[in-house]
Write a protein that binds this ligand. Structure first.
Ligand SMILES: Cc1cc2nc3c(=O)[nH]c(=O)nc-3n(C[C@H](O)[C@H](O)[C@H](O)COP(=O)(O)OP(=O)(O)OC[C@H]3O[C@@H](n4cnc5c(N)ncnc54)[C@H](O)[C@@H]3O)c2cc1C
Length: 413
């Protein structure tokens, strides 16, 4: 096989974007996955490119919210009881990160990546010829209670300080944006700096096709076969071994399966999430994704139908699906929007790869020369894939990175 400069393991939106950015800089790259590009977590998300995001999702606040979750009445979260002892240390760390000062620190650390999210997607979308999937219509968050809307005050204040456009609307104001929504909420915020995709899978595949057009190799292979071969990294593929001086682990929730072999243990957990498509009733439609904040789900218009995505489920990554949240939230979703029949027989299940501080790991693997990490993008992997791709490519190529990568380093743990 010809010379290879870098192996990128994992062809989700993160790995595919990294491979494409490296190929654009003239490197010979092999992108390796056991499946086709974009077919796992990067397929099933709500498709929102959250250029507006400032604060991470907090741990549930107040006794009544905790009780609803504990009693499995919550729509926004679910858990497997047998898994709680294993996830408890992570949940405690996550809770301590939910203090407002820490959420504000997240905003500062992550702003350079979020600010580049939409422009970097637009650049790749343009060269991949995928413009038909991009909607630049923002997204809408609706709030059913005064209290939950009041909780957004710090975020709105920070947005105003940073000049990030957002518009507070009442139900009548929302009618102009989304006439199909019933006024079952009291407040709404329209964030115009977000974009959305009508088919996230097709967009990752378009980026992979663009990578292949730049002479990138898309190979099938098991990332767990990664090992050192002298000064090189080697991966086994059905076409034979491929060696390169640099290897990037971008395996999303599966990254720890490979890291362990190199003695690296990073505290990654997963927030599992479900989706199911529904047909609209009559000719009702949506022009953008809508988040029903108090109930904790998103309804996003997709080519396959209206995609309802759930909040977090705390359970082992590979445990059987338990889509109880979808059943719990469906009556509220039907009250907000005229949903018809489901499209598929069973819901889709995916796993958001999350660190307790909600930041991804992007940068060199400690103590492993030539090994790079890009995973743990939590609720924002689709959003941040192309910006991450650019940052990793700049770091590997020894160019000046477009932002300071320090907050994302693995050795912060
Ligand atoms: C319900 C839900 C809604 C979401 N909504 C949004 C949203 O609106 N906006 C947003 O920005 N983010 C959203 N997310 C998060 C986003 O989808 C993820 O952060 C993102 O897809 C992670 O991308 P990734 O490339 O890191 O991982 P993945 O897409 O999971 O890619 C990892 C790849 O590694 C491969 N792999 C794993 N193990 C091996 C192995 N041993 N050998 C070879 N290959 C292997 C897999 O096949 C896969 O292709 C949502 C997530 C969920 C679950």
């Amino acid at each position: 096989m010809a010379r290879t400069d870098a192996l990128v393991l994992g062809a989700g939106i993160v790995g595919t974007s990294i491979a494409l950015h490296l190929a654009k800089r003239g490197l010979a790259v092999a992108l390796v996955d056991r499946r086709g590009p974009g077919e796992e977590t990067s397929y099933g998300n709500a498709g929102v490119i959250e250029g507006n995001t400032l604060l991470p999702h907090p741990f549930p606040r107040g006794l009544s919210a905790l009780l609803r979750v504990a009693l499995k009445r919550a729509t926004e979260a679910n858990y497997h009881l047998s898994f709680l002892p294993r996830i408890a240390p992570w949940l405690i760390a996550y809770r301590s990160q939910s203090a407002l000062a820490r959420r504000m620190a997240f905003a500062e650390d992550m702003r350079p990546l979020f600010a580049r999210a939409l422009p970097e997607h637009e650049a790749l979308i343009a060269e991949a010829g995928a413009g038909r999937y991009l909607r630049k219509t923002g997204w809408l968050k609706v709030y059913r209670s005064d209290a939950s809307f009041a909780d957004t005050a710090p975020e709105r204040e920070l947005a105003s300080k940073l000049g990030l456009p957002h518009q507070v609307l009442d139900p009548a104001g929302v009618q102009a944006f989304e006439p199909a929504l019933a006024p079952v909420f009291r407040h709404a915020i329209y964030w115009s700096e977000a974009g959305s995709l009508s088919n996230p899978l097709a967009v990752t595949k378009a980026y992979a096709a663009r990578f292949a057009a730049l002479s990138g190799l898309v190979l099938k292979g098991d990332a767990r076969s990664l090992h050192r071969n002298g000064a090189q990294w080697r991966i086994e593929t059905p076409e034979g071994p491929v060696d390169a001086p640099a290897a990037v682990l971008a395996l999303g929730p599966w990254t720890p399966d490979v890291l362990g072999a190199f003695g690296l243990r990073l505290p990654l957990a997963v927030k599992r999430g479900y989706h199911r498509h529904f047909r609209p009733r009559g000719n009702a439609g949506l022009s953008r994704p809508v988040v029903d904040a108090d109930i904790g789900y998103c309804v996003a218009p997709m080519e396959q139908g209206l995609r309802l995505t759930t909040g977090a489920e705390f359970a082992a990554r590979d445990a059987p699906p338990t889509p109880a949240q979808l059943d719990r939230l469906l009556p509220a979703a039907r009250a907000l929007f005229p949903l018809g029949d489901p499209v598929e027989a069973v819901p889709w299940l995916g796993s958001r790869p999350c660190f307790a501080d909600s930041r991804p790991v992007i940068g060199p693997a400690p103590g492993q020369a030539g090994l790079w990490l890009a995973f743990g993008h939590a609720h924002w992997g689709l959003t941040l894939g192309p910006a991450t791709g650019r940052l990793v490519a700049e770091l590997i190529a020894g160019a000046t990175p477009f932002c300071d990568p320090k907050p994302y380093r693995a050795d912060r743990f």
